[in-house]
Structures are given as C-alpha cells and as structure tokens.
Write a protein that binds this ligand. Structure first.
Ligand code: COA
Length: 135
C-alpha cells in the first residue's frame, strides 16, 4: 500500500522513541497483547475531545493474525471507554487496507475519507471510521 520511503518516514514520525514518549506524555494509552509472555500485538488510543476517542494504532504480528488478538485488543479498549458514557471510538485506516473489513466486522462504519498531508510529499489516503460505544 505504501512505498518503502513512506514507511520509513512514518516510522520515524510515529515510532521513534522520542515520538512514542511524546504520545504517552500527551495521554495516549498503549496496551500490549501477550501469549506465553511474548508480545503478539499492540494498540494505542486516546481521548481526543470529550466523549470522542481515537484508536491510533492496532497491530498484530502476521504469524498471529486471525486468532482473535485484534478483537481482544479492541474489546479491551471498548471496555475501558465504556464507563465514560455515550462515547465514540474513531480510527483512520488506509483506503486500500483490508483491515477495513475487520473494523466493519467489529461494528465500525465509514464516516469520512481524508487525504492527509504528512510532510515530505507523502499523504495518508484514509477512511475515517467510527463505532458508537453503548454504555
Ligand atoms: C487488522 C488486524 C489488527 C486484525 O487482527 P486479527 O488478530 O488478525 O483479527 P481477529 O483474529 O481478532 O479477527 C476478528 C474477526 O475479524 C475477522 N477479520 C479479521 N481480519 C479480517 C479481514 N481482513 N477481512 C474480513 N474479516 C476479517 C476475523 O475473521 C474474525 O471474525 P470472527 O470473530 O467471526 O471469526 C490484523 O490483521 C493486523 O495487524 N493487520 C495488519 C496491521 C494493520 O493493518 N492494522 C490496522 C491499521 S489501521
């Protein structure tokens, strides 16, 4: 979906130690899924405005995909958000990423399409998806 150049640029932008620390300092919550004490997937989310949460990241090791880990991580996030009340969980997913179908299966719907300029001539061509959390 993305060129090697764009992946490298985005890794620096979003996954350098400094960037991860900044995200945590600014309120992003990271959760790790482990099997036999080995990490197999992770997610991060954050309340971006009152009653609106954003799923920033959700990744499962390729060897572990299709075994319920993605659903487990999302369920944990939704359970953590539930006490807040009538909230929504939003996310962005590349328009060509089949993960979109995973999100649809878990009750998310597409609410927008965006082409986000992330610098250096690169764009994120995403769907914005949303799921309402029923308290
Ligand atoms: C998308 C991702 C997080 C899903 O996690 P996963 O552990 O593979 O998914 P699960 O096993 O929990 O699947 C939950 C359900 O969704 C379905 N599902 C998973 N991927 C699907 C897909 N691509 N298309 C349709 N359904 C899918 C499963 O069949 C399962 O349904 P079931 O419960 O009825 O059997 C994982 O595949 C991944 O890490 N992909 C690469 C990274 C990525 O693109 N992340 C999203 C960035 S926005």
């Amino acid at each position: 979906m993305l060129s090697a150049g764009q992946i490298e640029y985005m890794l620096g932008l979003m996954y350098s130690a400094a960037s991860l620390k900044k995200q945590m300092d600014e309120g992003a919550v990271f959760i790790l899924a482990c099997e036999n004490n080995e990490p197999v997937g992770f997610a991060s989310y954050q309340e971006i405005k009152p009653f609106v949460f954003k799923l920033h990241k959700l990744y499962v090791l390729p060897s572990q995909q299709g075994k319920g880990t993605g659903r487990f991580l999302l369920d944990r996030i939704m359970a953590a958000i539930k006490p807040v009340g009538k909230a929504t969980l939003q996310l962005q997913v590349n328009r060509e990423n089949k993960a979109r179908h995973f999100y649809e299966k878990l009750g998310f719907t597409i609410i927008d399409e965006i082409d986000l300029d992330i610098g250096n001539g690169f764009f994120m061509n995403d769907y914005v998806m949303e799921k309402k959390i029923i308290p």
